[in-house]
Ligand binder design. Structure first.
Ligand code: UGA
Length: 440
């Protein structure tokens, strides 16, 4: 059993802290935001993450998980200080380091015993060295015995607990192999490959992984746009490619593209790092450009189906950037809504979890209680997020209530043949002619 302090209670920090507590450690999750900690102390989760509330409650009751706003108290007995604070995009696409710096400063200020500082936040390559520098400088002639380990996270929102408990790999980067091995001990019970590297390599593994996944999605979206024109079905193209073990099936779902708090920020930050160091990130630029265009394409295709969008009523199903989360950061759905409104459309939307978050950001948006209200009187319906709830709807009822039976399936969630049989003009993403000889 180890004593762990996790700084930052976003979805990474909170999930990491809670899971470490569940593995039997003593964990304090600390955050400078008193509202967040107040909520957590009252058993209220600041984010929607399946299974999190129950796991937090169990571990608080077992006396292994604590919450605090107090640095000194949280770090008092910690052998490990995990940093899991945000690194939002700065003005040029660079990662904004202010929260990392201030977390490191507080460790330097409040710790007086040997400690391993573990960085979980996604940070520019070279940050591990910067962390060591900040601590050393800050302590001056009262040196602290510490090591820095980079331990990037690979958790997906919506399945973060399952991902934590069943990792494909753990990556640990450090100049101090003994410190990396101590961090490795925390993960031993998860029985997965543990890769120990130097600091910079571990930091790069994180960026390269996210950028590669984003590249796969943009790649299949480019193929999907060609499928639209050439009459092939991208879903079967992806399947056929995926059986090749060198390619695999994951992250080849064509649609509105990638969003969220990670891919957009990380691909941008990696490209920014490349430029800063004199290399030309032409692939990453194309990956981002393709992704932007997927959102614009929706509007273009609706325009083609409806003539012009002025005063047209467009229903949008799904607001979060992907299913099983209430996160709307860089959500393709919100961008599509913005573009539709720009063309004069009246948008009406529904999401199972993300309505509150959306109402805070888009004040004027019309949010309704269910998918049927979205469809009622609409000129077209856009499926933007592939929530399970949208898979099985009463499509005859939906068709009967719409002004024009046009659906744009932005996630290829529905069966084109079934939709066309019901009488919809179905517009998918790259499903081409194979569905019914009716390419869009
Ligand atoms: C992503 C990575 O998958 C995690 O490994 C990583 O830890 C995390 O970022 C992070 O850096 O914190 P996440 O942002 O939660 O996780 O979401 P994903 O499930 O990866 O999906 C990202 C976006 O890609 C979503 O908008 C999703 O709809 C889209 N997507 C995904 C597709 O359009 N097609 C696909 O085939 C897969």
């Amino acid at each position: 059993m180890s004593n762990i302090c996790v700084i930052g209670t976003g979805y990474v920090g909170l999930v990491t802290g809670t899971c470490f507590a569940d593995l039997g450690n003593q964990v304090t999750c600390m955050d400078i935001d008193p509202d967040r900690i107040g909520k957590l102390l009252n058993g209220i989760m600041p984010i929607y993450e399946p299974g999190l509330e129950q796991l937090v409650t169990q571990n608080v009751q077992a006396g292994r998980l604590h919450f605090s706003t107090d640095h000194a108290q949280s770090l008092a007995n910690a052998e490990f200080a995990f940093i899991a604070v945000g690194t939002p995009s700065g003005e040029e696409g660079e990662a904004d380091m202010q929260y990392i710096r201030s977390a490191v400063e507080s460790i330097a200020e409040h710790v007086d015993h040997p400690i391993i500082v573990v960085n979980k936040s996604t940070v520019p390559v070279g940050t591990g060295d910067l962390v060591a520098e900040i601590i050393t400088r800050r302590r001056g002639n009262k040196p602290l015995e510490f090591s820095v380990v980079s331990n990037p996270e690979f958790l997906r929102e919506g399945s973060a607990i399952i991902d934590f408990m069943n990792p494909d790999r753990i990556v640990l980067g450090s100049v101090n192999k003994e410190a990396a091995n101590k961090v490795a001990q925390l993960y031993l019970s998860l029985r997965c490959p543990i890769l120990v590297t130097d600091l910079r390599t571990a930091e790069m593994i994180k960026y390269a992984s996210n950028a590669f996944l984003a590249t796969r999605i943009s790649f299949i979206n480019e193929i999907s746009n060609m499928c639209d024109e050439l009459g092939a079905d991208v879903r079967e193209v992806a399947l056929g490619m995926g059986y090749d073990k060198r390619i695999g099936h994951a992250f080849l779902d064509a649609g509105l593209g990638w969003g969220g708090s990670c891919f957009p920020k990380d691909v941008k930050a990696l490209a920014h790092m490349a430029v800063l160091h004199g290399t030309h990130p032409q692939l990453l630029q194309a990956v981002m450009e393709i992704n932007r265009n997927q959102r614009r394409r929706v509007v273009m295709r609706l325009r083609r189906a409806l003539g012009n969008l002025n005063e047209k009523v467009i229903g949008v199903l799904g607001l979060s950037f992907k299913p099983n989360t209430d996160d709307i950061r860089d959500s393709p759905s919100l961008e599509v809504i913005h573009l539709l409104e720009n063309e004069g459309a009246n948008v009406r939307a529904y999401d199972p979890q993300a309505m509150e978050a959306t109402a805070r950001v888009i004040k004027h948006i019309t949010l309704v209680k269910n998918p049927y209200e979205v469809a009622d009187g609409a000129d077209a319906l856009v499926l933007a997020t592939a929530w399970n709830e949208f898979k099985q709807l009463d499509f005859n009822r939906i068709k009967a209530s719409m002004k024009q039976a046009i659906i744009l399936d932005g996630r290829n969630l529905w069966d084109p043949a079934q939709m066309r049989h019901i009488g919809f003009q179905y517009i998918g993403c790259g499903v081409g002619a194979s569905s019914n000889g009716n390419p869009q």
